[in-house]
Design a protein around this ligand. Structure first.
Ligand SMILES: Cc1ncc(C[n+]2csc(CCOP(=O)(O)OP(=O)(O)O)c2C)c(N)n1
Ligand SMILES: [Mg+2]
Length: 544
């Protein structure tokens, strides 16, 4: 057998269903071997799209998503999506072809040192310099990708090695190391600190989603009657309808939630990745007690002094702490929650045009089932979605908030549809982020993957304009023109809709969601609301 065939057997052995990518001259043997495997290759239109697809597939399934490119320019195109997975802690294995080992030592066509290039954006990089090491490298790449904290790994496969023969080699057995139990002493210390607290608050992060511990988190909060703020990436870890749910923290301004943090004396951080929300934003005073509950020890940060660290299985840690800690009164959270819910409800009948962000969110939430999936891009629309889109389940509003790269929504929605074919999927995107990977509409159509793309059209890099106006009172080089998005969609063979009256948005959404193809909705948005929100939050008086 060729090393390339062994490589593909190793991928099958890891349970790989899909490889997202673009073939090249340096991975001919791998591409050919894939034809005889159970793995489905998804041919995309830009390697960045492939990496984002693998990234979102990894988030939704918990198993590493796989993307593939050729050497040089193919590999550099993968880089942004790989970095996104790594900083967002999504499991991903990236594979690239490489030139033959006989020309890697010199200036040579399309050759870059790829393991060096990928080192800063992955947890592990390896070059398959010998056929014999294929089983070990593949096993290690998949194991490291899912080991807490999850992230990206990279394998480079030189073309001459891929075609070499190898005898008697087999994939290595797949085993998952058990997650350690939390130490009893740490559990007791945490329980004591919580019992003695006046106003404890939970900050739940994406680690809860990765550990599949949202049920235990909700039970913990309910039993001890402690309010829960979640990070953007942890939307839905506690159902929003739950009275303990306070909504998303992370808008880089004061918000109702900030009132909760101001008041808290003990903050219980569960599965919290510091990459998402700087501790100095919610803990400028550095004087609160912090309990860190996670599979891995806390990152070092001057504003994150950990009083008690409980490391190990998150669900188990929460259960054991709850058995020992005393229940709180938790009365002060009601006004905070009510203010947010009122704000969400205010715009249900708001017919102003261009459509206000709050109204787009109201109509989208109404059109979708609670299990359906939204993949959000990066921009002002993400801030609004994080703040106001209610989620009852984890992984129903996918947000990139570690690397926070624009361009994830369209390819991410395609991967979501493949990972969860029974659910409806909407990409919520800005007009700028949309055009960064809009070419993948063709991929979605070719594989018959119905998705809805909802573009918030402001002809601007809206989030940056928001920040510029706040800081300097004038906008700098953020405005642009858009193509006709309806004609653009139709030119691919997709459906295009333009929202011309706010009253039409619900029926357009329902029609697009019901049809079995790709739909693009061009929705003009009134981002004057951004400045109103800044003002409103700037003069916020805490309702507690
Ligand atoms: C790849 C990438 N480039 C630049 C940025 C910086 N950035 C963050 S949001 C944003 C503007 C996004 O504009 P758009 O997609 O139209 O969304 P809007 O803010 O208008 O809702 C920019 C330039 C980024 N996060 N990612
Ligand atoms: Mg925009």
């Amino acid at each position: 057998m060729k090393a390339a065939e062994l490589f593909v057997r190793c991928l099958e052995n890891e349970g790989v269903e899909y490889v997202f990518g673009i073939p090249g001259e340096e991975n001919l043997d791998v591409m050919d071997a894939l034809l005889d495997s159970s793995i489905r290759f998804i041919t995309v239109r830009h390697e960045q799209g492939a990496a984002f697809m693998a990234d979102v597939y990894g988030r939704l399934t918990g198993r590493a998503g796989v993307c593939l490119s050729t050497l040089g320019p193919g590999a550099t195109n993968l880089l942004t999506g790989v970095a996104d997975a790594n900083l967002d802690h999504a499991p991903l294995v990236a594979i690239s072809g490489q030139a033959a080992t006989t020309r890697l030592h010199k200036e040579s066509h399309q050759v870059l040192d790829l393991t060096r290039l990928f080192e800063p954006v992955t947890k592990y990089c390896a070059s398959l310099l010998e056929p014999d090491i294929v089983p070990e490298v593949v096993r290690k790449a998949f194991k490291v990708a899912v080991t807490p904290k999850k992230g990206a790994t990279f394998i480079e496969f030189p073309e001459n090695v891929a075609e070499m023969d190898i005898q008697d080699a087999l994939p290595l057995p797949v085993t998952s190391p058990p997650v350690p139990e939390p130490s009893a002493i740490q559990v007791t210390q945490a329980a004591r600190l919580i019992s003695d607290a006046n106003h404890p608050l939970i900050l739940a992060g994406n680690g809860v989603v990765r550990a599949g511990a949202s049920g235990q988190l909700t039970a913990f909060a309910e039993q001890l009657n402690i309010p829960v703020a979640n990070t953007f990436m942890a939307k839905g870890v506690i159902p929003f309808r739950h009275p303990c749910a306070l909504g998303s923290a992370g808008l880089q301004a004061s918000d109702y939630l900030g009132c909760g943090f101001d008041r808290a004396d003990v903050v219980i951080c569960v599965g919290y990745d510091l990459v998402e929300y700087h501790p100095y934003l919610w803990h400028p005073t550095r004087d609160r007690s912090i309990i860190h509950i996670d599979q891995s020890p806390a990152e070092v940060d001057g504003h994150y002094p950990v009083t008690v660290g409980v490391n190990g299985d998150i669900g188990l840690s929460l259960q054991r702490i709850a058995q020992q800690a005393a229940r709180h009164e938790g009365r002060h959270i009601r006004p905070l929650r009510e203010r947010l819910v009122n704000e969400m409800n205010q715009h249900r009948d708001d017919m102003a045009f261009p459509v206000r962000p709050q109204k787009i969110i109201w109509d989208l939430r109404t059109a979708l089932d609670l299990e359906d999936i939204v993949v959000c891009d990066v921009g002002a629309h993400k801030m609004w979605m994080a703040r106001m889109f209610r989620c009852e389940y984890p992984n129903t509003c996918i947000i990139s908030n570690g690397f926070a790269s624009m361009g994830i929504a369209v390819p991410g929605a395609i991967a979501a549809r493949l990972a969860c074919p029974q659910r409806k999927v909407v990409a919520v995107t800005g007009d700028a982020g949309f055009l960064m990977n809009a070419q993948e509409i063709e991929t979605a159509l070719r594989y018959r993957l119905p998705i809805v793309i909802l573009i918030w059209n402001d002809s601007s890099y809206g989030l940056i304009e928001w920040k510029q106006m706040n800081r300097f009172g004038r906008a700098a080089n953020v405005r642009f023109n858009n193509p006709d998005f309806v004609q653009y969609a139709e030119s691919f063979g997709a459906r295009g809709y333009r929202v011309e009256r706010t009253a039409d948005l619900p029926s357009i959404l329902n029609e697009a969601l019901a049809c079995d193809t790709v739909s693009v909705i061009d929705c003009p948005v009134d981002y004057r609301e951004n400045f109103r929100l800044t003002e409103q939050l700037g003069t916020l008086v805490c309702p507690t």
